[in-house]
Design a protein around this ligand. Structure first.
Ligand SMILES: C[S@@+](CC[C@H](N)C(=O)[O-])C[C@H]1O[C@@H](n2cnc3c(N)ncnc32)[C@H](O)[C@@H]1O
Length: 318
């Protein structure tokens, strides 16, 4: 991103969305989302019939479905990572649901100025300004009121491609650390091209985003995507081939059945101890892990980047 300026790619996505039919819902304020998108689109020219427009239409519809289905299943929290000018927090606002919008401060401040100018209130939204290249997103979300014990849907739409692989891994790790068994991560990945046609399209995309100062940084083969999820303790849920080919993934936390009462191996105890709860105390599942933290005190010092806030249990796919 260009320092001090909001994301141009985020503005373009908003401009494309002005022309899309969106998934209707019996709640929320679609008009407010449309007003925001039109405001952003004011200075941006896009061609919805182009390949990028067609891709974004599929992607938008995928995330709309994930969010609306999750809301119908009673999730209490929605997190939008790299939210840009996405207005789902308005379109699908539902009483009792808290939205956490995380974005680079330069983009987020511009969005907030626009919302204020347009007179669009956002009492249901908690804004968290963060650069994914920095540590501590999980802590920032907890400080902002995110409840790690409540099922959530975490959306990471159109962001992964702009992050170095290590930053993306760290981001998934941070989110896994504050996810409970019912939480789902919906993410769009840039899948490595497998044909000459795809390679040519990818090159055009890379050139276009580089030209606006937001270079593409990570393409993943399916194997690399699998490694990314495994290393951050997420597992992809089986979806349609169409979604898979487009790099659209829903993932669930990996969850193993272990407990402090049945005895921990040093490794498991170490991982459990390496995790701090909101209060700064190590926890194992919902229980304070005081015994194990005293057994393995050294591990506590390495706690800040743990991927394993809880023991993990394999679960039925979503
Ligand atoms: C292509 S836009 C997608 C926006 C939104 N998710 C959507 O679909 O409309 C990419 C977003 O990622 C954010 N972003 C890129 N790099 C970031 C970083 N290092 N830290 C935080 N946000 C970042 C940008 O500010 C921008 O909002």
């Amino acid at each position: 991103m260009n320092p001090g300026s909001p994301s141009v790619t985020a503005q373009r996505v908003a401009a494309y969305r002005v022309g899309f039919d969106r998934l209707p819902a019996s709640f929320g304020d679609a008009g407010a989302d449309d007003a925001l998108a039109r405001d952003v689109a004011g200075g941006v020219t896009v061609e919805p019939a182009e390949e990028m427009g067609r891709y974004l239409k599929v992607r938008t519809s995928f995330f709309d479905r994930v969010v609306v289905n999750a809301l119908k299943r009673d999730v209490a929290q929605v997190v939008a990572l790299g939210a840009g000018y996405d207005g789902r927090c308005l379109r699908y606002a539902l009483p009792g649901v808290r939205w956490f919008e995380v974005d680079h401060p330069d983009t987020q401040s511009d969005k907030r100025v626009r919302l204020e100018r347009l007179g669009i209130g956002t009492p249901q939204v908690t804004f968290v300004a963060a650069d994914f290249g920095d540590d501590g997103l999980a802590s920032s979300l907890l400080e902002a009121g995110y409840d790690p014990d409540s099922s959530s849907v975490i959306c990471c739409e159109g962001v992964a491609v702009y992050l170095d692989r290590s930053v993306l891994q760290s981001l998934l790790c941070e989110m896994r650390a504050i996810s409970t068994i019912g939480t789902r991560l919906a993410i769009s990945l840039s899948v490595s091209p497998t044909s000459a046609d795809q390679s040519a399209r990818r090159e055009r995309f890379r050139a276009a985003v580089s030209a606006v100062g937001e270079p593409a940084r990570s393409d993943l083969t399916p194997e690399q995507a699998g490694e990314l999820f495994a290393s951050t303790r997420w597992q992809a849920v089986e979806l349609s081939e169409r979604a898979r080919n487009a790099g659209l993934v829903v993932a669930a936390p990996v969850w193993e059945e272990r407990s402090i009462e049945i005895g921990l191996t040093e490794d498991v105890a170490a991982r459990a101890c390496a995790t701090l709860s909101q209060e700064g105390e190590p926890r194992l599942g919902d229980k304070p892990a005081v015994a194990s933290s005293s057994l393995y005190p050294a591990v506590r010092e390495k706690s800040s980047r743990s991927c394993t806030r809880r023991p993990v249990r394999r679960m039925a796919l979503w």
